[in-house]
Design a protein around this ligand. Sequence first.
Ligand SMILES: [Zn+2]
Length: 166
Amino acid sequence: MKFLKKLKKMHKSNKLYLAKYLPVEGEIKEGMKYILTKSLGLGAYKEGYIGTAAIDFTKEAQEDQGGKILKLFLCSRDIQVGDKVFEILADKSIGEEFEWTEEIHKHNHQFIEDGDVFKVIGEISPEATWVKEGDEFAEDEVDIYDVSHLPMSVCHIKCPTCKYFH
Ligand SMILES: [Zn+2]
C-alpha cells in the first residue's frame, strides 16, 4: 500500500456509489473495452492503453500485449475496518487491493472522506447501457442482487428515462 500525495484535492461527493472500469480476465471479443498491461516496441500501443476491440483483434494480440477486458463495476465509498479496498493513486491509476485495517483507518480515514479508496460491490448490469465510468449514484438509485452461483453481486441502476432498475 502506498498512499501517494495528491497534487489537487478531488471534489467531494455525497453519493455513496460510483461506476468504475476494472480489468478482468477473459477473451477480448469485438466491441469489448480493454486495457493493455504490457508495452511492445516502438510505434506499438503502450501499457495502460485503453481501446475498444475491432473485428480483427486477435487472441495472439491479446496475449502479446497482456490485454484484459474492462468491465464496469459498482463501487462504494462506505469503507469499514476489515473491508478489502482499492486506492486511487496520484496518477489516477488503481493500486493493489488491500485490507482496510484498524491501524490504517486511524491514520488514513481522510482518504475515505476524500473518496480515494473504494470497495467493489459487483458488476453493473449490462442492461444499464447509459452508465459511464465515474457516474455516481445514491443508495436509492442502485439495486444490488446476490446471485448464489456468481462470485459477485449484480447491480442494477435506476434508469433516468423510465425510472425502473435495469
Ligand atoms: Zn429504462
